[in-house]
Design a protein around this ligand. Structure first.
Ligand SMILES: Nc1ncnc2c1ncn2[C@@H]1O[C@H](COP(=O)(O)OP(=O)(O)OP(=O)(O)O)[C@@H](O)[C@H]1O
Ligand SMILES: [Mg+2]
Length: 222
């Protein structure tokens, strides 16, 4: 469960202040599939970064499973980002000199990768249709294939929470639908809480939760 309590975020820009979020309060239940919708500049990415603790709110609090993020020590915060949250971004952030399997395993490289983990990476990549692309580098993969590697990388650590910022933004609609299908199936199988920013409402299905933002405020949903 994620509780957003009067969350604000202002960015200093020279002499000016941009108020990206102006007091967001909402509850996002564990295990839900939630869409964050809203026009460009409405604060969607800002909100996702705050929930992933990649950035701090200017005021307000974000409570994840009863733990206020502002109270975490640096070590606890690193652990939260590393173990609890899987990030999928619009630009896939794959490393160009690593293969699909190696890219999926990147978050684990510091601690060492055992055979079990490697097998799970191969299984998940195979499940999303990349069984014959395991040794391909990003330049040898299509956009949709790269995005599937990014999704596998995000879910491999069995995160409690997947944060996806326009994961299909650079894909054609057929490939986008396919990527959403994989994200949804992995969500159902691992009961992960998924928060996804998209401009494309076609991917919404009954039962999903919606959080609509406009000018840094919630205008509907949840
Ligand atoms: N680092 C920053 N410095 C100054 N202003 C920023 C910064 N980051 C975001 N903003 C501003 O905050 C507002 C919200 O930005 P945000 O990236 O959250 O929007 P968004 O809803 O994700 O938009 P898009 O759909 O275009 O990705 C925008 O007006 C943006 O210009
Ligand atoms: Mg954005």
């Amino acid at each position: 469960m994620i509780e957003l309590c009067e969350v604000t975020k202002s960015h200093r820009h020279g002499p000016n202040e941009v108020r990206a979020l102006r007091g967001i309060s909402a509850e996002i239940p564990a295990g839900s599939f939630t869409f964050i919708l809203g026009p460009s500049g409405s604060g969607k990415s800002s909100l996702l970064y705050l929930i992933g603790s990649l950035d701090d709110p200017s005021s307000g609090e974000i409570v994840v499973d009863g733990r206020p993020l502002s109270q975490l020590t640096t070590a606890q915060r690193d652990k939260y980002r590393r173990d609890d949250v899987g990030f999928v971004f619009q630009s896939f952030n794959l490393l160009s000199n690593l293969t699909a399997v190696e890219n999926a395993l990147v978050p684990f490289l510091p601690g060492g990768v055992g055979g079990d983990l490697r097998r799970r990476a191969v299984d998940l990549l195979t499940q999303v249709g990349l069984g014959n692309r395991l040794d391909h580098r990003p330049s040898e993969l299509s956009g949709g294939e790269q995005q599937r590697v990014a999704i596998v990388r995000a879910v491999l650590k069995r995160p409690k929470l997947v944060l996806a910022d326009e994961p299909t933004g650079e894909l054609d609609s057929a490939t986008g639908a396919e990527v959403f299908g994989h994200l949804r199936r992995l969500h159902e199988e691992q009961r992960t809480t998924v928060l996804v920013v998209t401009h494309d409402q076609r991917y919404i299905t009954p039962g999903d939760r919606l959080l609509r933002l406009q000018d840094g405020m919630i205008v509907g949903g949840v």
